[in-house]
Design a protein. Structure first.
Length: 583
């Protein structure tokens, strides 16, 4: 029986680790390879992180300074977000010896790689919470419920897109899940050395959480409430409270309060720019913000009547049997674990209300902790029923039917919402691959040693304004997959390229290959000649047969089939790109 249980637990843990990749496969599709992570303050981290002339201390100091300008304090996130840049040379098969350039000079942004890291982070959070539920309840079946439901939420989807990929919510969740795991494991462990190790690890992850995002200050409130509950329980039922647990709570609360004070001091002292958007506004603004947050928390999630029922049932039992134990663990300790999840859920929600630029991504921690509060409550109910009523307690598993029906009612709508959101973020990206194929065919079939190609995705056309980083994406595909050398306007080889705010790109040099210049500047069309022009049209437009620019005596005729982009959701304009060659 024990072997069967352990096998089932192993299955759940492996499923927890890999299910996020299946449920959010849109984030790791090939189309996202070589996509820019973000052309903003986060991509600036990579430039700082791998600078060879700075020490680690200087790098952190520069990152903190850049954050404080906007009222933020997130030095640990600095290392997390740059991990994909640091790994990109290995993933892309780049060698320092082979290319004769420093490791830093071989870095690239890669949205697919970073999304893989983010999903692995989410999976590890699932593993830790599921394992903790098993430690406390000897149940693993109900851990499958949040693993299935959490990826349905749009709060997860919005954390996986370019432009919002800088989100701290998912790594914060991992640190808090690790803190909860080690903190509550230390409470029930009997071996002193193992217990001390768990305490130390819990404090390390707690501090890391503070260094990722300021909103973790809510842990101070949660720990204070639990500590007061323990003091009260110690008075009325001292036999059910281990003195070591009270000390552990006091130490963790002290560390949390110190970290909270330091973070608040730094944020409010330097609060300006982006950080100045955090303030208490008018009643109507607060009401609207609270309504939005509640909607995002409830959408396709367990935050509904079926989520609250097991929580209320367990609370009722816990109040009635507060002086008893369950699986040799005091009910107060089980209750603390449920309460900390609920406090995190509503604490993260409450702290967002004064925040002006609200978005679904910020609500993810609330969705996560509420979902596991439900799973924990169901597991505790099952453990309690089996301990009190033996085989009759197995009837608690009938609850699973409710969540299966609920999941099937959410899944289709959630998939549609995810597809819409994915295409909105990735609009036009997939056309880069057939376009790169066409350019490569033209490149290798031409006898011209230095080709000049103009690509018009539609940058000055209203329907195509949202094509994200299309030019940079195309350049990376041409160089890293098609083995084409890239040159700048003056004909010089491009080895490294920076977007205006620091997104890093490293290009290979192929010794025996020709070079190509890719332009997207419309002004160059009327002042310079190109060998090939790729021009985009809306699907309802009739493509021109010829293009002419008499000022420079350049004439082009349409050649071959056009490349079509078809909308998967039919919610966005379909378009095609036609090829024009010089004559």
């Amino acid at each position: 029986m024990r072997l069967l249980k352990l096998t089932g637990l192993l299955f759940v843990l492996l499923f927890a680790l890999f299910w996020p990749f299946y449920a959010n496969n849109f984030a790791i599709e090939k189309n996202n390879s070589f996509r820019a992570l973000a052309n903003g303050w986060v991509s600036l981290y990579a430039n700082i992180h791998l600078r060879e002339d700075l020490s680690v201390t200087q790098k952190i100091k520069q990152t903190v300074s850049a954050d404080l300008v906007h009222g933020r304090f997130r030095p640990a996130f600095f290392f997390y977000v740059t991990s994909s840049y640091a790994l990109s040379p290995l993933v892309h098969g780049r060698s320092v010896d082979e290319e004769g350039r420093s490791y830093r000079k071989l870095m690239n942004g890669d949205l697919r790689l970073f999304s893989t890291i983010v999903l692995a982070t989410l999976g590890m959070s699932f593993v830790l919470m599921s394992l903790l539920i098993y430690k406390y309840t000897n149940e693993f079946v109900f851990s499958l419920i949040p693993i299935f439901f959490i990826p349905l939420s749009q709060t997860v989807t919005s954390n996986l897109f370019s432009g919002t990929i800088d989100s701290q919510e998912i790594p914060v969740i991992l640190c808090l899940a690790a803190w909860i795991f080690f903190f509550f494991t230390a409470m029930i462990i009997r071996k002193k050395l193992y217990g001390i190790l768990c305490v130390v690890l819990s404090l390390i992850f707690l501090i890391f959480a503070f260094l990722i995002k300021e909103t973790v200050i809510i842990t101070s409130v949660g720990l204070f409430i639990i500590f007061m509950c323990y003091i009260y329980t110690k008075k009325i039922s001292p036999q059910n409270v281990r003195s070591n647990n009270s000390l552990l709570l006091l130490i963790s609360l002290t560390v949390s309060l110190i970290c909270s004070s330091l973070v608040l001091f730094m944020v409010f002292k330097y609060r300006q720019g982006y950080g100045a958007s955090y303030s208490i506004g008018k009643y109507e603004e607060i009401k609207r913000a609270a309504e939005l947050l509640w909607i995002w928390l409830s959408e396709y999630s367990l935050h509904n009547i079926y989520g609250y029922i097991p929580i209320f049932l367990f609370v009722g039992i816990a109040v009635k049997e507060r002086n008893k134990t369950l699986l040799n663990i005091p009910i107060i300790q089980h209750s603390s674990l449920v309460v900390i999840n609920l406090l995190f859920c509503y604490g993260f929600l409450f702290v967002l209300i004064p925040w002006k630029p609200l978005g679904p991504k910020y609500v993810f921690p609330s969705v996560f902790f509420f979902s596991f509060a439900v799973a924990l409550s169901l597991s505790l109910l099952a453990a309690w029923a089996k301990e009190r009523y033996n085989q009759k307690g197995l009837l608690v598993y009938l609850f699973l039917l409710v969540y299966i029906v609920l999941y099937t009612s959410y899944a289709e709508k959630s998939d549609q919402a995810k597809s819409y959101a994915a295409e909105k973020s990735n609009y036009g990206v997939s056309i880069a691959y057939p376009l790169a194929d066409n350019i490569a065919d033209e490149f290798f079939s031409s006898k011209i040693k230095r080709q000049r190609i103009f690509v018009d995705y539609g940058t000055n056309v209203s329907w195509a304004n949202t094509i994200p980083f299309g030019w940079l994406h195309l350049m990376r595909i041409l160089n890293l997959e098609k083995n084409i050398n890239l040159m700048d306007r003056k004909g010089n080889q491009i080895f490294n390229y920076h977007m205006p705010t620091a997104e890093l790109s490293s290009f290979r040099e192929y010794k025996d290959n020709k070079k190509v210049y890719i332009s997207r500047n419309p002004k160059e069309l009327i002042s310079e000649r190109f060998d090939v022009i790729y021009k985009g049209y809306k699907s309802s437009e009739e493509p021109l047969k010829e293009l002419s620019f008499s000022k420079v005596g350049a004439y082009y005729k349409r050649s071959g089939e056009c490349i079509h982009y078809q909308s998967d959701t039919k919610s966005f304009p379909e378009f095609f790109i036609c090829k024009y060659v010089s004559f």
